[in-house]
Write a protein that binds this ligand. Sequence first.
Ligand code: ADP
Ligand code: MG
Length: 250
Amino acid sequence: IIAITNQKGGVGKSTTAVNISAYMGSYGYRTLLIDLDPQSNSTSGLGISPINIKESIYDILIHELEPDEVILNTGYTNLEIIPSSIQLAGAEVELVPSLKREFKLKEAVSKIENNYDFIIIDCPPALGLLTINALTAAREVIIPIQCEYYALEGLGQLLNTINLVKKNLNNDLKITGAIMTMYDPRIKLSGQVIEEVKNYFSEKVYKTIIPRNVRLSEAPSYGKPIIDYDPECKGAEAYKNFTKEVIENG
Ligand code: ADP
Ligand code: MG
């Protein structure tokens, strides 16, 4: 159970969640993607229109619907999804008064985890209750970091939150690594940023570096993971290698 987390928006969380899920499925692992972001990017990124969704992760967290009633087939091999919907935006507030509010996702996941080899959770760009739920349910955290000058900004706060969850809610949680995204060799600083991130995470940085690649940014508008949209492009190659690293680590 892997949470893809960073409170910064636009760093590649959803792109990473969608693409490693699709590759895991293609390698024969039974995979479930949970879209925990009200913006529903990983739902639409797999070709499922959020406006057509009747039941979503929101209903699991707030109305205690059974996960089985919400899980959808994606049409991709071994890949199922618990979709998100815009209603989820209200969940941060609606969860506040509920009992064991940090454990809602964990309770749901525990009912179905034996059905899967990997469960990937795409987090919203915030450190609120939804992300806390993801970190409480997960065993591993992967942190996508964009190769840009402000890469380290906010990481202290993120690691602090992860440590608090580990101490108080989920002893088993561990950070398996940072994945550097949108690498552009034309930008001088990119290499330097990677070095800084390696220092910061004491080498817990995945070997694969995801390049900035136009095909990766086009694929979601066709509702396709890169394995389907353009399996030969550089971005596909990178996500394929990254997925292998994640599988080996797990
Ligand atoms: P997050 O989920 O962290 O907000 P996204 O995965 O949605 O970030 O990525 C933000 C934007 O950048 C999206 O438009 C996405 O298509 C694009 N993008 C993500 N990764 C890459 C990449 N490696 N190369 C080019 N564009 C990318
Ligand atoms: Mg996202």
